[in-house]
Design a protein around this ligand. Sequence first.
Ligand SMILES: Cc1cc2nc3c(=O)[nH]c(=O)nc-3n(C[C@H](O)[C@H](O)[C@H](O)COP(=O)(O)O)c2cc1C
Length: 371
Amino acid sequence: MRTASVEAAVAEGLFRPISAGGLELRNRIAMAPMSRYLCPDGMPHEDVAAYYRCRAENGVGLIITEGTYIGHPTAASYEGVPFFAGQALAGWGKVREAVHEVGGRIFPQLWHTGSFRQSWMPPMKGVPGIGPSENLNTFTNHSEPTRAMTDSDIAEVIDAYATAAADAQRLGFDGIELHAAHGYLIDEFFWAHTNRRADRYGGDRRQRTRFAVEIIQEIRRRVGTDFPLSLRFSQWKQQDYTVRLADTPDQLAEVLEPLVDAGVSILHASTRRFWEPAFPDDSDLTLAGWTKKITGQSVIMVGGAGLDRPGLNEAMPASLAVLEKPLSREEFDLLAVGRALLADPRWPIKVRVGDLGACRPYTKSLLETLD
Ligand SMILES: Cc1cc2nc3c(=O)[nH]c(=O)nc-3n(C[C@H](O)[C@H](O)[C@H](O)COP(=O)(O)O)c2cc1C
């Protein structure tokens, strides 16, 4: 009985309208960015528009799209990921319209895959991966060293991020998210293991944020101060779930404060299990909670909502009672939901009526199609 009443209170909390990063949202449910690798020509077609529209129609407040490549020859690596540049922009305009038609809001997630790229990878075969330093094998099965970025590479990539953000604004998107998590390019600059530069882009934790800071500043210069700008960061890396950007709240502040000073309006704290304490020796606050406490900014929490385990294989619906504490302590503004929404577009409706048990479980086979 208690679980049912807690879940009802949590659902009520999630469906409260909110203002986050300057954006008015009808509720606090965001769709987490999830690459679907189903755009073989790098373009989002009608099926992509229908996929996001369907989540918005069923109540998601804010859609954050799958990672989309910025318009730089080194950005891409995985096949089937859409670009947010060139001819793909017309398709993104239609995706935006489809989501707005049903009352949703939408940000594209802007992505550069950094050292994940190898020169044999499409679509720009022969172009090597670039990163902050020459790194070998930061991702498994990669034998080719990343080329360390020159100052002109850095300037070009910053320009590509800012162009994508300006295009998003022009196309009527509600904001953008920078993918600065999971070991990809921006995160490689944050992480001492992959950033061994001796120039102004390397150094201590605060100095390693400079690349991100310059991207944010250039975006702000192009889109103005009011356009919502989210930045997704993580402790964990795709290459290693156990590594950390910060071992203490003070170290986390060293990373986050320069980003906020530069103009980020929403911080998206990516974890695999949102309820885990970020720094157990200090308190039981989550990573989202610490992010809010340190910066006072709007915060998105994510990781395991509505499912019983992390990972890409399979997971069953699970209670949302675990949200009670962070919700009552106002540790977050928005809850991003990934696999549960991929599996069941009607997830928000089912949560609202207390029918979580009826949600479709998540299985890997769902990744094969865009339903
Ligand atoms: C199929 C799949 C693709 C993903 N692609 C991205 C991505 O493009 N960008 C990103 O920041 N995170 C990506 N993630 C991570 C999710 O956004 C989310 O943080 C993670 O799945 C945990 O949330 P969940 O437990 O609610 O699924 C992906 C996750 C999945 C399952």
